[in-house]
Design a protein around this ligand. Structure first.
Ligand SMILES: [Mn+2]
Length: 427
């Protein structure tokens, strides 16, 4: 963890120019009828969970190029997330992957996390690869498998993940299934779906009453012909059949090219089944790049739907915000700091949309001015709002600058020099 006074010392050197920038922007926004103070307060309430698998350098199937000072186990991952929380004050929870980051002693991990100011968000099950010593293989699927013994094993795993999550204080489980087929004829399309639904029903039946279950779709990879939960429609079908504790998780990279993701979000909101997000960005497929790095306008349009729904009070429960990225080239901590900032920016841009004006232009079918209203918000440099929200929460005005100045990575490179820990690939 960083020294208590370090963040405020860092902020002090940036405070004067930041204050001037903030005042200028607040004045500009007030001319548009936007109260900067109210926006800063809302940004300050934004929270996103960090996935345990994102702290080590990710890889592709062609290789992995680890960096110095990577965490070797889940306890060290918690320390890194603790630093991200110190600098951003927006990542108080960890989304744990079982078994990649399964603790031997959940209570010990929970205690360790608490000393770092961290708790636990959704737990993630894994029936997409075989683990050492596992009795039956998931080569031909898990919940969709033709053999009931394999299906039972996958169900038991999910029940175990819920048990671990309960001990950690989690209140949700995300189930992403790799189940599917690579060739026509390999898998009975209809029956494989029905078996999957049946398996999910048995997992859902074991869900504690205050828990939520998220179904996560993905159109292809590793199944290259037919994925069982391939799109938001199938995810919606599953969540609807399961019951009110089930909802759909939208991973921004899990869509076919050119899918209008903000429209998917709007539909799930209308259906009362928007469970949450896995934030990332992509240029081609499930690229797991930094959120906002390729299509910041899309990210803004997604937050625009969320803010609109928030203001209309049509969200039955707040969506669970999680990051799901693979950091192949960037320092994972720096990439996550950059990600949190990108999410806060998109949120801030959505918060400053003149919604009354937009509604008026939509009503009058004034296409150009409706679009202009969104673009005016998107084109606003909201850096001072986001920085101010972080500063007021005790975080850093410029988290990446502060992280680099801290020497944290170099220090960890020394401390963690022994015992190479090999993190698995991202979901
Ligand atoms: Mn995901």
């Amino acid at each position: 963890m960083l020294d208590l006074s370090f963040v405020s010392d860092q902020n002090r050197s940036l405070q004067a120019p930041h204050q001037r920038d903030f005042e200028v922007l607040a004045e500009r926004l007030s001319r548009r009828g936007v109260n900067a103070e109210a926006v800063v307060a809302q940004i300050g309430r934004f929270e996103v969970a960090v996935p345990s698998w994102a702290l080590g350098t990710g890889g592709t199937r062609f290789g992995r190029f680890p960096g110095p000072g990577e965490p070797r186990d889940v306890f060290e991952k918690m320390e890194d997330i603790g630093v991200i929380q110190q600098l951003t004050r927006a990542t108080p929870r960890v989304s744990l992957h079982i078994p990649w980051d399964e603790p031997d002693d959940p209570q010990a991990l929970k205690d360790h996390a608490a000393t770092l100011g961290l708790g636990f968000d959704a737990v993630n099950s894994n029936t997409f690869q075989d683990q050492p010593g596992q009795a039956l293989s998931y080569k031909f699927g898990s919940l969709c498998h033709t053999d009931p013994a394999v299906r039972n094993q996958a169900i038991e795993h999910n029940l175990h993940v819920i048990q671990v999550g309960r001990q950690l204080g989690s209140t949700s489980i995300t189930i992403w299934l790799a189940d599917g087929s690579n060739y026509p004829g390999q898998m009975h399309l209809r029956k494989s779906f029905e078996r999957t639904l049946d398996g999910l029903r048995r997992i859902y039946a074991a869900l504690p009453p205050d828990w939520r279950l998220f179904t996560e779709h993905k159109p292809f990879e590793p199944a290259f012909y037919a994925t069982v939960v391939q799109d938001w429609g199938t995810s919606f079908l599953l969540a609807s059949q399961l019951g009110k504790q089930a909802a759909c998780l939208v991973d921004l990279g899990h869509h076919l090219p050119n899918t209008n993701v903000e429209l998917v979000v709007a539909r799930l909101i209308s259906a009362g089944k928007l469970g949450g997000f896995h934030f990332n960005d992509n240029a081609y497929g499930d690229d797991d790049l930094t959120a906002g790095s390729i299509r910041p306008y899309r990210l803004f349009l997604i937050f625009n739907e969320l803010v609109d729904a928030e203001e209309d009070r049509v969200l039955p429960s707040p969506p669970a915000y999680m990051i799901d990225q693979s950091h192949n080239l960037k320092d994972p901590i720096e990439a996550l700091l950059q990600t949190v900032d990108a999410l806060q920016r998109a949120y801030a841009q959505a918060l400053i949309v003149d919604r009354r004006a937009l509604a008026g232009f939509q009503q009058a079918n004034d296409v150009l001015m409706a679009e202009q209203t969104l673009q005016q918000a998107f084109r606003t440099d909201v850096t001072p709002l986001v920085a101010e929200a972080r500063r007021r929460a005790g975080g850093a005005l410029d988290p990446i600058r502060a992280f680099r100045a801290s020497g944290y990575r170099a220090q960890k490179a020394e401390q963690r020099a022994s015992g190479a820990y090999v993190p698995p690939q991202s979901l």
